[in-house]
Design a protein around this ligand. Structure first.
Ligand SMILES: Cc1cc2nc3c(=O)[nH]c(=O)nc-3n(C[C@H](O)[C@H](O)[C@H](O)COP(=O)(O)OP(=O)(O)OC[C@H]3O[C@@H](n4cnc5c(N)ncnc54)[C@H](O)[C@@H]3O)c2cc1C
Length: 400
């Protein structure tokens, strides 16, 4: 079969879809069409904090993130206007939460993922602008850091176009075309597009789109928000910090500012029931700004004397077991899915795109991703999970 004649349609122009398009276009193995119902990046991708750490919860996650960390560095060389901020990532724990994470240290050693365990005194010495409480323990990832979505998304979209990807914005995909039990294309509001493979990266809209084909995945969406301060008098030299004991995270931001994210544990999940749902409809209480200030000022004293600049709200998607869902779907050959990257879909995107492109090209991946398989869930358990409405604190808590 002449694979150069084949067409792959990617649904969704967030970082997962763009990254898949980029890897496929570089392989030159097929014609690539990427479709988004809005502008590229208009989903959660442009709203992300862009923090990445390689110190995750499973072997597959750790191995995948090692590839992402390497690819972010390579993309810094390749994409005009983008650079990965290699400031390191510091994961903070208190005495209650540390034992669970400590159990994962042998996994990191086995996988060759570098880390350092730091006490509060050492953290204060390395980063004098941070004032961790004496009980805090830091798990430092020297390879971690962050990306600015406002740089990364347009730079990756530009590169995709240069590589020949046909990016179609403001076109709603209304369903899949299925013939003889296989995916044969997609339908938009205006046309039918024939395809040999379809990659669904529509994130929070996955279940509402794929339900039409009888595919239901145990995925919950929750609202999440991040805030950026105005410029400080001098930029802080700090890593990206996942501060679970403080209910959020902080990192430096472009223009000498600081970016904070805050969780809303008591808020219920967000149900997406319409294909046309827009993230601009999301709301969050104004009081969250003050909550960040009161939680974080003892830790980042500079926050006391700076005002807020901007706020962005989006969605996080979590699977029932907390791990991403990425791979082919057994009941519908030709369909590949990437979703449920917990709060780390930005961090995963370089490797998610690489793996999805490998699957489309030859059905194999360079690392074992069985643990991410869409087929790993029991359908009755999935249905029960989808039927209950949960609060955010009841989805797996996995930061970046
Ligand atoms: C406030 C906030 C902070 C975050 N911080 C981090 C972080 O620090 N690190 C990290 O790794 N991750 C972070 N995340 C998570 C991250 O943003 C997501 O995991 C990631 O952006 C998911 O990318 P995606 O491409 O899979 O989905 P999206 O970016 O949501 O893209 C999906 C796209 O599909 C399109 N679409 C949907 N339905 C259709 C349809 N029917 N037809 C056509 N197009 C359709 C949408 O318009 C959208 O553009 C954060 C998220 C939020 C909200």
């Amino acid at each position: 079969m002449d694979r150069t004649m084949q067409t792959t349609v990617i649904l969704g122009g967030g970082v997962t879809g763009l990254s898949t398009a980029y890897h496929l276009a570089r392989k030159g193995c097929c014609k690539v069409i990427l479709i988004d119902k809005g502008a590229v990046g208009n989903g959660s991708s442009s709203r992300a904090a862009g923090i990445i750490t390689g110190l995750l919860w499973s072997e597959t996650g750790v191995l995948a993130r090692q590839i992402s960390l390497q690819l972010f560095r390579e993309l810094s060389e390749e994409l005009d206007g983008y650079s990965f901020r290699a400031v390191g990532a510091l994961n903070l724990f208190d005495t209650q939460s540390w034992p669970e994470r400590e159990r994962l240290l042998p996994l990191y050693r086995r996988c060759g993922a570098p880390f350092e365990v730091l006490d509060a005194e050492e953290m204060r010495y390395r980063w004098p602008e941070l004032q961790p409480r004496d009980e805090f323990i830091g798990l430092y990832d020297p390879l971690g850091g962050y990306s600015e979505p406002d740089e990364y998304v347009p730079a990756l979209a530009r590169k995709c176009r240069e590589l020949g990807v046909d990016i179609r914005e403001h076109q709603l995909v209304t369903g899949l075309v299925v013939r003889s039990g296989k995916v044969a294309g997609v339908r938009t509001a205006h046309e039918t597009i024939e395809a040999d493979a379809v990659v669904s990266t529509v994130y929070a809209w996955t279940n509402v789109l794929l339900a039409q084909e009888g595919i239901r995945l145990p995925v919950k969406a929750v609202v999440h928000q991040r805030y950026v301060t105005q410029a400080l008098t001098a930029p802080l030299a700090i890593p990206a910090v996942n501060a679970d004991p403080l209910g959020g995270y902080v990192r430096p931001a472009a223009g000498g500012r600081l970016l904070f994210g805050i969780e809303t544990a008591e808020r219920e999940e967000q149900r997406i029931t319409e294909l046309t749902y827009q993230l601009s409809a999301l709301e969050a209480p104004d009081s969250l700004k003050e909550e960040i200030r009161s939680n974080f000022t003892p830790y980042v004293p500079s926050l006391a004397c700076v005002d807020w600049d901007e706020r962005r709200l989006g969605l996080l998607t979590f699977s029932m077991d907390g791990e991403p869902i990425l791979g082919p779907v057994e009941c519908l050959p030709g369909l590949y899915i990437g979703v449920a990257f917990h709060s780390g879909g930005f961090a995963y995107n370089p490797v998610s795109g690489m793996l999805l492109a490998e699957l489309v090209e030859n059905g194999r991946t360079s690392i074992n991703i069985e643990a991410f398989s869409p087929d790993r869930f029991d359908q009755a358990e999935t249905d029960a999970y989808l039927a209950e409405t949960v609060k955010q604190k009841h989805v797996a808590r996995r930061r970046h």
